[in-house]
Design a protein around this ligand. Sequence first.
Ligand code: ADP
Ligand code: MG
Length: 392
Amino acid sequence: MEGRNIPVAVAGAFRDAFAGEPSGVWSAPGRVNLIGEHTDYNRGLCLPVAIPHRTYVAARPRKDRRVRILSLQVPGERTISLDGLLSGNRGGWAAYAVGVLWALEQAGHRIGGVDLVVDGRVPLGSGLSSSAALECAVALAAVDLFRLDGFHGDEGRRALAGVCVRAENDVAGAPTGGMDQSASLLARRDTALLLDFDGDVAPRHVSFDLAAHGLSLLVMNTRAVHSLDDGQYGNRREECAAAVGELGLGSLRDVAPADLDLALRRLSSDLLRRRVRHVVTEVDRVTRTVAALVADDFAALSELFAHSHASMRDDFEISSAELDTAVETAISAGALAARMTGGGFGGSAIAIVPSSGVDDISSAVANAFSAKGFREPELFPVRADGPARRER
Ligand code: ADP
Ligand code: MG
């Protein structure tokens, strides 16, 4: 669990690096997605929850147009001019932060330079969305420091999520959809966030209080290499776009589950058929998962997670030996439901487990990893947390 003293420590790191006090400290959470993978950019549904792990940003405005930025997770300080930033400029990790400032200016907001110290407590590159946590913490800091209009309340935060997506797509160069940023800015404690990317639909908050049922949400970070900008994610996105083109539709959301077989017959290759089958059935599983949660039907949830994982493994081909091992071992050791989460190609899986079984199931997964010669996984239970906020 994240401590209350982190914002104080980040302010201290700011004083050490830049002398003087930061104007404030802001934080934004990482997330796990309960179900609905690679659906956001297909105008589909997903169901993330924010996790207690957050990225913290201490910030202070400058009089010029420069951004001085330091991450406690990466050696070296960077200074970047706001005027030198271009779309498609891959500036390494700092692009995720500075890109947000660029995207705010692109959206017509007046901002200036800023000194930033970042402390990311979301494991980096683990499928838990440290990238969006960084973007959203910087975005919230900028909104407060430069008194930007239009970003308050739920509506405003949805607009801010759009700004962060633009930063990740256009400046950091990672072609992700909008799930991560929406989760980080809109999530609520003990709820899951039902996001619908088909037009301008308001998110729905679905009660997700596992503790009330004696259950816990276990995160299983495989710590196997995962990077969303290495091309695989973009490759899946292109395959979905190719299928949309062949079908002559606006998006894969236009394929109703009942019409799936018809659509599959019209596709030119088995590969595209498998990609489409994943997306269409996965969107349907999100709807069914919400119904299962509302009904406290954990048996249904178990099946939905199992089908989702198989679909990602066999049809969308984004799982890995580590993720499959985590999921299979958790289930054999007593988890009610388990699946990989996030963009895939490494990263993390989740399991819904009896709270009394967290330790035994974690040991079983760790032992299975050790037996197979995988890196030691990082295993921790999480409670659905609230959104990005000002800390001090
Ligand atoms: P994920 O979002 O699942 O953690 P990504 O590949 O999307 O994985 O994003 C990870 C990248 O985000 C890192 O490689 C780094 O460039 C950047 N990043 C995130 N948090 C930090 C941080 N605290 N300090 C520096 N860079 C960070
Ligand atoms: Mg990310």
